[in-house]
Write a protein that binds this ligand. Structure first.
Ligand code: PPE
Length: 307
């Protein structure tokens, strides 16, 4: 499906028309994957459009850039303002926001220092990431035959374009074999995350999720789910999770900006719990939707209103 277009893209500090936001084919990023990016959602809440956890996403973008020695010529405040300006300019009530920083056109060869660091913010309307009804009905996943990047190979704390070559292999394999998504293990064989989501496992009322040392992207929705679950009085543990712990789970769910909170109802064709969204997943989901719809007090300061 072609992506829905919007009007303007923020391109190195200026708003340009969607079709004019172009780069040269010999840009460094095209050849060597030298980009860092974010995915953020803006929600059409009861109190107006609001960006969810904007500052945390921009901070992670700048952290990712720092890991790759990219000097971003904008401050955190300027980038937050750029996101809000781009949403306003496109007059979208709800959208997905994609800031990206990459090494542009200058010189080829691995050495990136002579290429300019460019900064872009694009927004567009993006529906349910794992398919229509997935938030309610859940998804069926496989354990990937690919492993996640190991420590000290590619930095997994950075949300870098290159990391998504691994995600693409995982996702293509899953789709080709008839699953909705793949779960990736670390090179030690422990559960890491989905190709574009973090994973949570519920058993006997406790919620487990791989600790940040298991090659995960430390997701902002993951942090949100942990916080909301604890607010609900649920126990959450971050630890090592063996593959087979997934099979005997009462419930499993994914978290991510695009995927939000999506139940997982089967792993490798083994039915999880009752095979439908479980009660703990539903409680965390409901708490999440209350926050993003501004139906409850924003006690954690997670919403930035666009206007
Ligand atoms: N792990 C990976 C590998 C990942 O890509 C994401 C987000 C997460 C975990 C969850 O992170 P967070 O969004 O901060 O809760 N994936 C983004 C990109 C998806 C895409 O296909 O592009 C997203 O959800 O926006």
């Amino acid at each position: 499906m072609p992506m829905p277009q919007s009007d303007k893209i923020w391109f190195n500090g200026r708003l340009v028309n969607w079709e004019d936001a172009q780069i040269h084919v010999l840009s460094h990023v095209v050849h060597y994957g030298s980009s860092v990016f974010e995915g953020i959602r803006c929600y059409d809440t009861a109190a107006g459009s609001a960006v969810f956890r904007l500052r945390e996403h921009i901070r992670r973008l700048l952290d990712s850039a720092k890991i790759y020695r990219m000097e971003v010529p904008y401050t955190e405040d300027e980038l937050c303002a750029a996101v809000l300006e781009t949403i306003r300019e496109n007059r979208l009530k709800a959208c997905y926001v994609r800031p990206i920083v990459y090494r542009g056109y200058g010189a080829l060869g691995v050495i990136p220092f002579e290429c300019p660091v460019e900064t872009v913010v694009a927004v567009w309307e993006w529906g349910q990431y794992l398919g229509a009804d997935s938030l309610e009905k859940g998804v069926s996943v496989c354990t990937s035959s690919w492993n996640r990047v190991a420590p000290n190979t590619l930095p997994f704390l950075a949300k870098a374009g290159g990391n998504y070559l691994n995600s693409q292999l995982v996702k293509m394999e899953a789709l080709t074999n008839g699953y909705d998504e793949g779960v990736v293990l670390t090179t030690d064989g422990l559960v890491s995350e989905g190709s574009g989501e973090n994973i949570f496992v519920v058993r006997n009322g406790t919620i487990y999720t791989p600790a940040s040392s298991y090659s995960i992207l430390p997701g902002i929705t993951r942090h949100t789910a942990i916080t909301l679950a604890r607010d609900l009085g649920l126990r959450v543990e971050q630890r090592a999770i063996p593959r087979e712990f997934l099979y005997i789970a009462d419930e499993i769910f994914f978290t991510g900006t695009a995927a939000e909170i999506t139940p997982v109802t089967a792993v490798d064709k083994i039915v999880i719990g009752t095979g439908s969204r479980g009660p703990v997943t539903q409680r965390v989901q409901e708490a999440f939707f209350e926050v993003i719809n501004a139906q409850v007090d924003d006690r954690h300061g997670w919403l930035t209103f666009v206007n």
